[in-house]
Design a protein around this ligand. Structure first.
Ligand code: KIV
Length: 272
């Protein structure tokens, strides 16, 4: 179970605010399927993000842009069936909320109704604030996402650190304030200088969850497959690998192949 002063049997948006207010940290990981969601929920992570990184991790696309609303709903419903304690946040995929706020609301309603998830996440600040406002007015909790926003990769042109220049840093802080006053319950801050992230976490009352944003924020998020070391090609500085599952799985599969070919598997005790 997670280490917080209060023992939460169910994490809500209110619990996250309490954790920040108590100067404790929030742990968040992605999941896209029932089996892994069940493991990380039982292990005590507070927030499970059904990230649109499923587009890369599960479907093998180069970016997060191609994943559809129906595909996100499939992943999110599988995750929700496994989760008993964590707060489940579902990413709204590219193209389902940027156009107009009514379309954004109907996409968010589909996510809530068809997955049983607890909240949605949208990328961007002032550009999408009408959608954020409309979704929150319908009673759906919204998590913001600022800094490196992968759905805008073709605008940025690169996945490098954001907001190193003062002008972009100022826009980031004002977007964070805007999202807070709209009623977002938390904000993901991706790949920004740690000093800036610290300033934002101090000036904003809602929890700031960082990825590549240093440890002076209110919590951390990583892509599960990356922190389990299932992918050895992705090596950003912010990533800590807790396992090397790429090697482990490769070794296990090689052993299985050898055992099948040598007829070591199945043995006497593994047959009827
Ligand atoms: O889609 C995702 O996995 C994310 C995290 C990187 C925060 O948005």
């Amino acid at each position: 179970m997670s280490i917080t002063k209060k023992n939460y049997s169910r994490i809500t948006t209110k619990s996250l605010q309490e954790i920040k207010n108590n100067n404790e940290k929030i742990s968040m990981l992605t999941a896209y399927d029932y089996t892994l969601a069940k493991i990380i929920d039982t292990a005590g992570v507070e927030v499970i993000l059904v990230g649109d990184s499923a587009s890369n991790v599960m479907a093998g696309h180069e970016t997060t842009l191609p994943i559809t609303l129906n595909e996100m709903i499939y992943h999110a419903a599988s995750v929700v069936r496994a989760v008993k304690r964590a707060l489940v946040v579902v990413d709204m995929p590219f193209g389902t909320y940027q156009g107009n706020s009514l379309e954004a609301l109907s996409s968010a309603i589909r996510i809530m109704k068809e997955t049983g998830g607890h909240s949605v996440k949208l990328e961007g600040g002032s550009e999408i604030i009408d959608s954020v406002n409309r979704i929150i007015s319908a009673g759906i909790p919204v998590m913001g996402h600022l800094g490196l926003t992968p759905q805008s990769i073709y605008k940025f042109g690169t996945y490098t650190v954001r907001a190193k220049e003062e002008k972009e840093a100022e826009k980031l802080l004002s977007d964070a304030k805007l999202l807070e006053s709209a009623g977002c319950f938390a904000i993901v801050l991706e790949k920004v200088p740690s000093k800036l992230a610290e300033k934002i976490a101090k000036e904003i009352n809602i929890p700031i969850i960082g990825i590549g944003a240093g440890n002076k924020v209110d919590g951390q998020v990583l892509v599960l497959h990356d922190m389990l070391g299932m992918n050895h090609e992705f090596n950003p500085r912010f990533l800590r690998r807790y396992l090397n599952l790429y090697e482990e799985i490769t070794g296990a599969v090689k052993n299985y192949v050898n055992d099948v070919k040598s007829m070591d598997f199945p043995n006497k005790n593994e047959q009827y």
